[in-house]
Design a binder for this molecule. Structure first.
Ligand code: IMP
Ligand code: MG
Length: 172
């Protein structure tokens, strides 16, 4: 039987997200960045983050999947849904649920760069920085995760648990 152990309760998550929104709002004062959420995991985080901002923003989504075998990441990323907003000369913030190996964010930083934005920054709710295979520049992170597989608040395991309001450590 798999087990869910409470990792971050909803009020702790809200504090983390509000703090991050404040940092971003301070850094982008007078600007109007485009937030690009990586589907599906970031959808709840992004929805909360933008409601704490004190600056105007535009929102878009992108979707990627790891190429090849599902359980072992091949390190290749394919794009399955592109953004629809023109980001040329815009300030872009890529929004990820968990920065893990860094493969996804590294690919998306390069890909977004090819669309000639004014700037690109990255943010992730959770940072598993001990698991990086590729070094990435993570400009904002909410909470450092040393180990475990986390679900809830948009994060899934095989499409399960996204609907949960708190974040849990899934013990299989
Ligand atoms: P990457 O390894 O940094 O490319 O991360 C790829 C994706 O793995 C992330 O966008 C997450 O959706 C997912 N992921 C990594 N760790 C976890 C976790 O603990 N729970 C749920 N999803 C995760
Ligand atoms: Mg993801």
């Amino acid at each position: 039987m798999s087990q869910l152990i409470l990792y971050l309760a909803r009020d702790e998550i809200q504090k983390i997200v509000a703090d991050m929104a404040k940092r971003i709002s301070d850094d982008y004062k007078g600007k109007s960045p485009v937030f690009i959420g990586i589907l599906k995991g970031s959808f709840i985080f992004l929805a909360d983050l933008i409601r704490y901002l004190t600056i105007p923003a535009k929102i878009d989504f992108i979707r990627t999947s790891s190429y090849g075998n599902n359980s072992v990441s091949s390190g290749e990323v394919i794009l399955t849904k592109d953004i629809e907003i023109d980001i040329k000369n815009r300030d872009v913030i890529i929004v990820e649920d968990v920065a893990d190996t860094g493969v996804t964010l590294s690919y998306l930083i390069d890909y977004m760069g090819s669309k000639n934005p004014n700037s690109i920054k990255t943010c992730a709710l959770l940072d598993k920085r001990g698991y990086r295979k590729i070094e990435i520049k993570l400009d904002y992170y909410g909470h450092y995760v040393s180990e475990g597989f986390l679900v809830g608040y948009g994060l899934d395991y095989a499409e399960n648990y996204r609907y949960l309001s708190d974040i849990y450590d899934l013990k299989l």
